[in-house]
Design a protein around this ligand. Structure first.
Ligand code: TXA
Ligand code: MG
Length: 335
């Protein structure tokens, strides 16, 4: 397949991408979680292009990415109350990293970025390409995951090309994403802080820091009605092939061509019954599973099987983020 708009990330191509962004363009960018599609967070019409390219509902806000936590004042309204400041100091230790924090929004961030909210979700990525790009731009970047709305997030530059290639200006290739699932999102304006989306920074790590945490209410709507609580639609990450979570030893009906995603090797007498089996880790290591999961879902979805069956795992550590994404991926196939 042609690599089209993909360029390997180098100092020169990062400069080129910064130029495209300054001119109001949109660019596919690597982060340590998943690939994003970035625009200047201060440029409404550039951000509008992101919503159009993704087919994203206007009521779903974008994350604003900063080069370091020293530049929070580019997006966040200071001063924060004392309690929120203390909580910010506690979570900032996870930056740069797979964590997004909801804080009061600075007036200069256009309403389109935050879908009219008074809050802004900010993140400092650990990926050196993303850090260099933002530094070179000198402004923060609004960047959602670089997939069409409702589809599986991209973890390679080629995935971004498949999803948005005809709708964006350039894709910086920074290799496979380390984590493979999106960042953890936490609202620290409230006590205890509220976990809006599980991700690479685990619930357990956050509880260690804060003592306790409240979980978000399941209030998302996929019917276009305003989101009571922003965040993810129930049916997100959907492959188009019917996708199910199954017991380890479940066998497919003879009449169906079923693809299998296993988190660790299946017994031969089980795996041999599937049209194809993708084993994500030799040892059942969930960090490896997260790293490879979206790519496996995407690949198998393109092969035209009748169904895809997948393992599940305990909702502990990174397992909570994995199960959150899998539950969303299977939602529309459950009756
Ligand atoms: O790892 C990630 O977070 C990736 C990389 C590219 O940074 N980005 C990402 O963006 O996953 P996106 O747009 O696919 O998911 C962002 C989520 C959405 O569910 C959105 O509703 C929520 O963050 N969000 C954005 N702004 C918010 C806000 N002010 N309050 C609450 N949730 C917010
Ligand atoms: Mg997304």
């Amino acid at each position: 397949m042609s690599r089209g708009k993909i360029v390997a990330a180098t100092d020169e191509s990062i400069e080129q991408a910064a130029h495209v962004l300054k001119e109001g363009g949109i660019v596919g960018v690597p982060t340590e979680t998943v690939y994003g599609v970035a625009a200047c967070a201060l440029n409404s019409s550039a951000v509008e292009r992101i919503f159009a390219a993704k087919g994203r509902p206007a009521n779903n806000p974008l994350i604003v990415h900063l080069a370091s936590s020293d530049s929070l004042e580019q997006a966040v309204q200071f001063p924060l109350g004392q309690k929120t400041s203390e909580r910010l100091e506690l979570v900032a230790r996870f930056w740069p990293g797979p964590l997004t924090v909801v804080l009061p929004k600075l007036a200069t961030i256009p309403a389109i970025v935050t879908a009219g909210r008074e809050t802004v979700a900010v993140r400092v990525s650990r990926h050196s390409v993303m850090q260099k790009l933002i530094e070179s731009c000198g402004f923060p970047l609004a960047a959602p995951s670089a997939n069409r709305s409702q589809a599986v997030s991209p973890t390679t530059a080629e995935h971004v090309l498949q999803e948005l290639g005809d709708r964006i200006d350039l894709i910086l290739d920074g290799g496979e994403c380390d984590w493979g699932v999106e960042s953890t999102i936490i609202d620290i304006r409230v006590s205890p802080p509220r976990l809006l989306r599980p991700g690479g920074v685990t619930r357990e790590q956050l509880i260690e820091v804060f003592g306790s945490l409240s979980d978000r209410a399941e209030t998302d709507r996929s019917d276009g009605a305003p989101l009571l609580a922003p965040g993810m639609m129930k049916e997100h990450y959907s492959p188009s092939t019917p996708f199910y979570l199954v017991d380890r030893l479940a066998l497919p009906p003879d009449a169906l061509q079923v693809a299998r995603i296993a988190f660790s090797p299946l017994p031969e007498e089980v795996s041999s019954r599937f049209a194809i089996t993708e084993t994500l880790s030799n040892s059942g290591n969930l960090t490896e599973v997260a790293h490879r999961l979206f790519a496996a879902m995407r690949r198998l979805d393109q092969l035209g099987f009748d169904q895809i069956w997948c393992d599940s795992c305990e909702e502990k550590g990174i397992g909570l983020a994995i199960m959150n994404r899998l539950q969303r991926a299977t939602a529309r196939f459950r009756s």
